[in-house]
Design a protein around this ligand. Structure first.
Ligand code: 13P
Length: 250
């Protein structure tokens, strides 16, 4: 991990968690302070829990985020939530463009870009996800796909303070499979070049997270790879002991 960039361990709870999950979050808050010196911790629960988690997390060194937002600030969009609402509830970062939303809801790069702009409009950090499918990797298209997603999904005006990129190979999500560290290094190095070409010095300081089957047993070797500035963790972020063990790998 680069010394110059503060690392970020972000948990994406996906569609998991009820009010009873507060006990697990409390355990994260209790242990999270130990990492404050060099690592930011962020938990993105389902939207139903953001307000309660954010209230509990005040002053505790663990931030609370959201998993998606609508691109508009308000209006006739039944069931949707705007970035402003999520920030009002206590979110300081919002994931956009997760592959599950790209696949399940047909979200395009152009829509993801609008959502990232909505996140900034509301004053939060956008965590923009990219990543190739198994078929695309097998066809040798990984860098082309990731490059296209970066070009299409990242708005102009991105800074190291308002944008985090998460590289999540689709085939590594929830499967227990991970790319080799050499593969991770190649993709993260490519992402860094794309970011610095476009955003100059800001691009050199943006955080690039790896996501996909990160767990305590593989976190350290993944987090040690050049240009890996943290992790976006799914399943293993649901348990405080696993989440904190991953943060210990920074
Ligand atoms: P897993 O850690 O469960 O593979 O999920 C990764 C992910 O999709 C995080 O956004």
């Amino acid at each position: 991990m680069s010394d110059a960039i503060r690392s970020l361990i972000a948990g994406n709870w996906k569609m998991n968690g009820l009010k009873a999950s507060m006990a697990e979050f409390d355990a994260m808050l209790a242990g999270g302070g130990a990492f404050a010196e060099k690592t930011d911790l962020l938990v993105c629960p389902p939207a139903t829990l953001i307000a309660a988690f954010a209230d509990k997390a005040k002053g505790k060194g663990v931030a609370v985020g959201a998993q998606d937002c609508h691109q508009n600030a308000s209006g006739a969009h039944t069931g949707d939530l705007s970035a402003e609402m999520l920030v009002d509830a206590g979110a300081s970062a919002i994931i956009v463009g997760h592959s599950e939303r790209r696949a399940d809801h047909g979200e395009s790069d152009a829509l993801v870009r609008q959502k990232a702009q909505a996140v900034w409009r509301a004053g939060a950090i956008a965590i923009v996800c990219i990543g190739e499918t198994r078929a695309q990797r097998d066809a040798g298209q990984t860098l082309d796909i990731c490059g296209g997603q970066l070009k299409g999904s990242l708005p102009d005006g991105a800074t190291a303070a308002n944008l985090v990129v998460a590289y999540e190979p689709v085939w590594a999500i929830g499967t227990g499979l991970t790319p080799t560290t050499a593969d991770v290094e190649a993709v993260h190095g490519f992402i860094r070049r794309v970011l610095t070409d476009r955003f100059k010095t800001e691009g050199g300081r943006m955080r690039i997270l790896y996501g996909g089957s990160v767990k305590p047993s593989n976190a350290k070797e993944l987090l040690d790879v050049a240009n890996v500035n943290g992790a976006l963790v799914g399943g293993a972020s649901l348990k405080a002991s696993d989440f904190l063990a991953i943060a210990a790998g920074c």
